[in-house]
Every structure is written in structure tokens, then in C-alpha cells.
Write a protein that binds this ligand. Structure first.
Ligand code: SF4
Ligand code: SF4
Length: 434
């Protein structure tokens, strides 16, 4: 049977349920079966993750396809929900997303299923821990470098695995002794080099703030070199880790804080520059929903990845192209969540502007996807999913590995021992400033 036939037998419901029905298990199960039915006929996304094979195998086990989507057990549905790590690739590729009448949004449906589960059973300790990187980061940085030493102790990792569900072999990001925010405040007012040609309010992200402040410092220095004034409004985690664990209210609270904090800056003419692809995607696609209908969220074109801000300058002739150091052969990882923003490859465009530099882009999933790859139950699969990416990135022995996502970088380093630099760190070096 064609997907058309299946859709006709299962009339479309609102994308994520309306306000009344969104939290109802029966309504969710109807929507799950409607979408699974369409996917079962299509099967295009079977290779992206374990979520689709889990559905198709269950359907095949039950026999006749149409009847069996309806017969999937709650445990079979749950398995598919758990195996989705929110890379969004299926959404990018799916021909049946809105405005198509079938309104398939598979990743959002998986988030809704997790939210309903958390609503009914509560948010697990594992998801509460992984869903609050601000708390973990504040504590870890306050106690660094001791916290980094402790984090490597085997008995501590065993305990973390048993209590918090973080796999004992997952290499964790190191805590910085000085956060990016502390560095920015200590440094004083922004110092653009020459007449200002734009203003950016930086959303640094938790990973940059607590674990990789060098990326934030590079961003500020490269922006200022390009005559952009930089502000750092008060901010919290974007909310995606909370949403991953089904804690929609936790995600909404963080979204409302960030929106209130950045709104005055946007109204003063600042664009929001985000230093992580996942958080950028959340700002662009989730904040308007989390804020609620009729509430303020920045226009999509006022939010950009850090590299996107500079690539726009490159396009308009405003980028300082006085590069002094060649960068050699770069293998560049295009993160899934940048692809989900439909933002092209701004970092690759920037790096190609540096003389003596070649860039090979690799569009593959790291299998890390926020905290999913840290969980004890997904660690092995996460590492397996990273293999094609790591093989492609390192084939041909490039001089450098570069990527926008610090968590994907962690995965690559764990797999092959090579560091992945952020495009803005590399660009600062090309200017001869590093
Ligand atoms: S998400 Fe879309 S493209 Fe992927 S299997 Fe389902 S219907 Fe097909
Ligand atoms: S968002 Fe990624 S992990 Fe989730 S179902 Fe789609 S392809 Fe699979």
C-alpha cells in the first residue's frame, strides 16, 4: 500500500497535538501509529539511526504491515523513542514534513513521546543530571583542576555510571579553570578594531563557557578584528538537554530566561551569534514554540551561527581577508544540527578564503548528539555510529580536523585520538593572532 493509502486510513492529527490533547497518552499513541505507518511504507530513513529499524523490525515481526503498526506494543514504541538521538537528519530529508498534508515531523514526535513519559513517570535522575549542564559546569569549573582529576578516577566513573547512567568509558569534556563568561567580564568593554560595521550579542553555549572557553575567546577576537562590537548578555543553557530528557517545562524556563535577556539587545540592533550548532538550531526552531503563540522570539534572520555571521561579511566584502598563515589541508565536519538549520557550510566558506588552505567537507553524524552518546545504554551504539565519520575525516591524513560542534569533537577525539579544532580558533590562527 502507498503512503497515500495509509494516510487516508489514519487521518492526520495536529503536528504535536493541540493544547488539550498534547499530554494525553491515547492521543500520542494515535499520532505515533499514524506517523509510524507512513514511515513504514516509506522506509527511506532506515540507515540514519536505530529508531527506524526498531519500528520496521517490530512491524515485520507482527506480519501484515498495516495492521501491525496498530499492534506495536508500548515497549516497541518506547524502544524506537529511546533510539532517536535527535540528529534531525530524517526531518531534513523527509518529503512529508509540513506544509505537506501528512505533516510528518518524526524527531518532534519522539520529543513529545519523551515529554509525555516524563510527565507521567517523572524525569529520571540520569536525565536531570545530563539536562542541567549549567549546574554541572558551575560546580566543575569552581573545583577545576581537581574536578578533572576526579573525573578520570575509575572508582568515580563506576559510581557515576551506577548512579547517573553516564558510561564509565565516555571521555568527558574537561572543566576550565576560568569560564568564558569570567574571561569576558575581566576583559572589559568590547574593542572592535576600527569603525563598527555590526553588533553581535553572543550566545556562548554551556560547552564553550565551561569546557572550551578558547572557542569563545577566539570568536570575540575574530569578531572584533572584523569591526563587530560584541556583547555577552546573561544566559543559561539553551534547554535542549532538558528537552532531550522530556523536561519541557525545564526547557521552557531556560528559553524564557534567554529570550528576556537577549530581547533588549536585538531591539538595539544586535544580531544573536551562537557558538554551537545545536543551540543555534534551538534558538531558530524551538524558541518560537517554547515562548508560546504571540510571544516574542527573535526573527530567524537575526540569529546566526558564529561562522555564519562572518560568512555574511565575506559575501558582502566586509571580511578582513589579510590572512597571514596558511592552514593546509583541512577535513571539516559538517554537524547534523547545522544541516538542520539549512545554513549551508559557512565555516567551510570562510576557511577556503584563507590562501594555502583546502577544505574537504564531511557530512556524517557523530552519533554523539548532546548527551545521548554519554548514556550507559547508548554509548556502544554511539561509538559505532561515529566510525564512518571518523574514517572519512581522517582518510588522506589531513593536516587538521575542524568542526563546529564541541561534543562531536569529543567523540572524534575518543575514536581516533585527534583533536578537532573549532573554525573560529583556526581562523584566528590564520590571521596570525593565535
Ligand atoms: S521520516 Fe519521512 S522520509 Fe523518513 S521514513 Fe518517515 S516518512 Fe520516510
Ligand atoms: S532525528 Fe535522527 S536519530 Fe532521531 S529518528 Fe531522525 S534520523 Fe533518527
Amino acid at each position: 500500500m502507498t503512503p497515500e493509502g495509509k494516510a487516508a486510513s489514519a487521518p492526520p492529527l495536529p503536528l504535536s497535538g493541540d493544547a488539550q490533547s498534547r499530554w494525553e497518552e491515547a492521543d500520542l499513541q494515535r499520532e505515533v501509529r499514524r506517523v509510524f505507518g507512513i514511515c513504514e511504507s516509506c522506509r527511506m530513513c532506515v540507515g540514519y539511526c536505530g529508531s527506524f529499524p526498531a519500528i520496521f523490525e517490530a512491524v515485520d515481526r507482527h506480519g501484515d504491515a498495516v495492521a501491525d503498526v496498530g499492534k506495536l506494543t508500548p515497549a516497541e514504541v518506547d524502544r524506537s523513542v529511546d533510539l532517536c538521538f535527535q540528529c534531525k537528519l530524517c526531518h531534513v530529508k523527509c518529503p512529508y514534513t509540513p506544509p505537506h498534508a501528512w505533516a510528518v515531523d518524526f524527531p518532534r514526535l519522539m520529543l513529545r513521546a519523551r515529554a509525555v513519559r516524563a510527565h507521567e513517570r517523572g524525569v529520571s535522575l540520569q536525565d536531570r543530571f545530563l539536562g542541567d549542564p549549567d549546574r554541572v559546569g558551575r560546580l566543575g569549573c569552581a573545583a577545576a583542576p581537581l574536578s578533572n582529576w576526579v573525573a578520570r578516577l575509575r572508582p568515580h566513573r563506576w559510581l557515576m555510571e551506577k548512579l547517573l547512567g553516564v558510561h564509565r568509558d565516555r571521555q568527558l569534556p574537561e572543566f576550565a579553570s576560568e569560564t568564558f563568561e569570567a574571561w569576558f567580564r575581566r576583559r572589559g568593554p568590547s574593542r572592535p578594531r576600527g569603525p563598527v560595521q555590526g553588533r553581535v550579542a553572543l550566545f556562548a553555549t554551556c560547552t564553550v563557557n565551561y569546557n572550551r572557553p578558547s572557542i569563545g575567546r577566539a570568536a570575540v577576537e575574530v569578531f572584533e578584528r572584523n569591526r563587530l562590537e560584541v556583547a555577552l548578555p546573561p544566559q543559561r543553557c539553551c534547554g535542549m538537554p532538558a528537552m532531550d530528557g522530556g523536561d519541557v517545562e525545564g526547557a521552557r524556563g531556560r528559553a524564557l530566561f534567554n529570550l528576556a535577556s537577549f530581547r533588549p539587545w536585538v531591539e538595539k540592533g544586535y544580531d544573536i551569534a551562537v557558538l554551537g550548532p545545536t543551540c543555534g538550531m534551538v534558538w531558530k526552531t524551538e524558541y518560537p514554540r517554547l515562548a508560546g503563540e504571540g510571544q516574542w522570539a527573535p526573527p530567524r534572520d537575526r540569529v546566526a551561527d558564529g561562522s555564519e555571521v562572518l560568512a555574511r561579511l565575506l559575501g558582502s566584502g566586509g571580511l578582513d581577508t589579510a590572512f597571514r598563515r596558511p592552514l593546509g589541508r583541512i577535513a571539516y565536519h559538517v554537524p547534523c544540527h547545522l544541516r538542520a538549520q539549512n545554513a549551508g557550510q559557512p565555516a567551510a566558506a570562510l576557511l577556503r578564503a584563507v590562501p594555502g588552505t583546502t577544505v574537504e567537507s564531511v557530512e556524517r553524524c557523530s552519533g554523539m548528539d548532546g548527551t545521548w552518546g554519554m548514556k550507559v545504554e547508548h554509548f556502544e551504539e554511539s561509538c559505532q555510529r561515529a566510525r564512518p565519520l571518523v574514517e572519512e575525516l581522517t582518510a588522506g591524513r589531513p593536516d587538521r580536523l575542524v568542526g563546529d560542534c564541541p561534543l562531536a569533537a569529543l567523540q572524534v577525539r575518543q575514536a581516533c585520538g585527534r583533536a578537532v579544532e573549532h573554525p573560529l580558533e583556526v581562523l584566528r590562527e590564520a590571521y596570525g593572532d593565535a
